[in-house]
Design a protein around this ligand. Structure first.
Ligand code: CP
Ligand code: NVA
Length: 305
């Protein structure tokens, strides 16, 4: 049976730990599995722009000995030029896996349900699993004893937040989330994550107070206030998120050895100040690099069985 990766919740704790271990091996020697995808082709179906996801997947597929086809928004035009279901059925006849960056979770679900090859979610409105697995790997590089770590996510409770929450809950890492009122994570995601956290002995705190959100944490994580596709809401969001900026005053409440993380792209002066993201606590480019290693591990895991 083929496996998809729509969100981290599709993976067991053991599978997540296996992917993290494989990531570590691939990071130590990026050509160690250079025939893993020999004679395999992977399609990148993107409805939204991308720097990290597209480039790290393309380069990763090449390093694993595979071939990559990038399909831009104007080429595939999911659901407009033809149905998403027909796209999935057709691409399955050519490709060995599909990475999809789509507007709605429904689109990636429809691709997965109708494709006979693995579908990897490269971001939708609800989830960003490749990012979250990378993030946990990046946290582990800095704090090898994950059990002692508290991660804090400050900002919008949407895709990146959901997957990070789920990944932390699945492997038993404490997480605190601070959002403005009205921007909380999805209630079903919170409920599922709470059930996993309980199994794994970790805590989840959801608050509207950024200070409570960063108090005594090891990791402060931030994402844009205006996600792709929400540009018309920019002015409203800048007002609503004004107290949620990561700046030198806020980080005083974290542990002295905290690290700053961001999925990128970042907007200096909005969700984070330049002095924080460009300062000594920031690990955002290690994190960006780790997308490459983690996604290679995901591809090997899903495509080699
Ligand atoms: N973090 C992330 O997914 O970056 P891109 O949007 O550039 O792919
Ligand atoms: N929340 C952001 C993440 C970008 C990687 C967005 O959806 O645009």
């Amino acid at each position: 049976m083929k496996r998809d990766l729509i969100d981290v919740k599709d993976l067991t704790k053991e599978e997540i730990l296996h992917i993290l271990e494989l990531t570590s091996k691939l990071k130590k020697d990026r050509f160690s599995m250079n025939t893993a995808l020999k004679n395999k082709s992977v399609g990148l179906v993107f409805q939204k722009p991308s720097n990290r996801t597209r480039v790290s997947f393309e380069v990763g597929i090449t390093q694993l000995g595979g071939h990559c086809v990038y399909l831009s928004p104007s080429e595939i035009n999911l659901g407009v030029r033809e149905t998403t279901e027909d796209v999935a059925r057709t691409l399955s006849r050519y490709l060995d896996a599909i990475v999809a960056r789509v507007n709605s979770n429904r689109d990636v679900m429809a691709l997965a349900q109708n494709a006979s090859v693995p579908v990897i979610n490269g971001l939708c409105d609800m989830y960003h699993p490749c990012q979250a697995l990378t993030d946990v790997f990046s946290v582990m590089e800095k704090f090898p004893k994950l059990k002692d770590v508290t991660v804090s996510y400050i900002g919008d409770g949407n895709n990146v937040c959901h997957s990070l929450l789920m990944c932390c809950a699945k492997i038993g890492v404490d997480i605190k989330i601070a959002t403005p009122a009205g921007y909380e994570p999805n209630v079903n995601v919170i409920m599922q994550a709470k059930a996993f956290a309980k199994q794994n002995g970790s805590d989840i705190v959801i608050t509207h107070s950024p200070i409570e959100g960063v108090k005594d944490v090891d990791v402060i994580y931030s994402d844009v206030w205006v996600s792709m596709g929400q540009e018309v809401e920019t002015q409203q969001r800048i007002r609503d998120f004004a107290n949620f900026q990561i700046n030198k005053e806020l980080v005083k409440h974290a542990k002295p050895g905290y690290v700053f993380m961001h999925c990128l792209p970042a907007h200096r002066g909005q969700e984070v100040t330049g002095e924080i993201i460009d300062g000594g606590h920031s690990i955002v480019f290690d994190q960006a690099e780790n997308r490459l290693h983690t996604q290679k591990a995901i591809l090997v895991f899903l495509m080699k069985g």
